[in-house]
Design a protein around this ligand. Structure first.
Ligand SMILES: CC(C)(COP(=O)(O)OP(=O)(O)OC[C@H]1O[C@@H](n2cnc3c(N)ncnc32)[C@H](O)[C@@H]1OP(=O)(O)O)[C@@H](O)C(=O)NCCC(=O)NCCS
Length: 207
């Protein structure tokens, strides 16, 4: 599997929004993603891209819009990281439903934690629905701990959120780095994200 981890661009937004609508009851708007990618100065949005004949053969029409491209290269998952002061906040993470259970969500989470380490954040934080045990398992696997509950956090059904955090102690930084390198050895993906600056910081590269 040919995988690439890289920054989200404006051209990616339609594919990301498509997956977002499959993944969440309260999806973000196209405008929100466009803002994160092109205007926000504290946002580090990531995508995982796969190139495989299988993806194209298994129904490219679901991977809308294609924007005129004819290759099998598609976004299979994405994540959002905000860096504000000492906090690195994971704002979103999702994998296309057809491609879950392959370790790709783990790659995205590990990459954002590793990016937070490179940014010298003090801790990583996120919210997760109390009913979302799959995602909680993923976060627990990466040593996130539940530090509180935010009541009626989700406006569609008033569901509570767990406030989960991972302090980036020296030990956790080392562990994160080792895990990320182990994932890279297992899945063999190109990493254009964790040690790179976002395109907005490099005039001329933004879409
Ligand atoms: C959460 C999500 C990103 C995980 O992506 P994924 O690619 O399927 O996950 P991975 O294959 O990398 O699995 C990593 C870990 O997640 C947990 N996990 C994933 N799928 C699971 C399942 N069906 N049941 C229980 N735990 C599961 C496990 O801890 C797993 O580690 P393991 O394989 O060693 O058991 C994906 O399910 C998703 O997009 N969900 C919808 C969006 C969402 O809920 N995002 C989180 C918002 S807070």
């Amino acid at each position: 599997m040919n995988l690439t981890l890289r920054y989200m661009t404006l051209q990616d937004v339609p594919q990301v929004v498509y997956i977002d609508r499959l993944a969440f009851d309260l999806p973000w708007s196209e405008h929100s993603y466009a803002y994160e990618v092109s205007e926000s100065t504290y946002s580090y949005m990531v995508v995982l891209e796969a190139e495989t004949p299988a993806l194209a053969a298994r129904g490219w029409r679901r991977w809308l819009p294609l924007n005129g491209r004819s290759t099998g290269r598609r976004i299979v998952g994405y994540g959002g990281l905000w860096h504000i002061m000492s906090e690195a906040h994971i704002s979103t993470i999702a994998v296309h439903p057809d491609y879950r259970g392959r370790g790709w969500g783990e790659i995205l989470l590990a990459a954002m934690v590793q990016r937070a380490v490179v940014l010298a954040a003090g801790f990583v934080a996120l919210e997760v629905r109390v009913s979302n045990t799959k995602a909680q398992n993923l976060y627990h696997k990466y040593d996130f701990e539940t530090v509180g509950t935010k009541s009626h956090y989700y406006r569609n059904n008033n569901e509570d959120a767990y406030d989960m955090r991972l302090p980036l102690t020296a030990a956790n930084q080392q562990r994160t780095g080792e895990r990320f390198r182990a994932l890279q050895a297992r899945h063999i993906f190109a990493d254009l994200y964790t040690a790179h600056e976002p395109p907005r910081a490099q005039p001329g590269r933004m879409a």
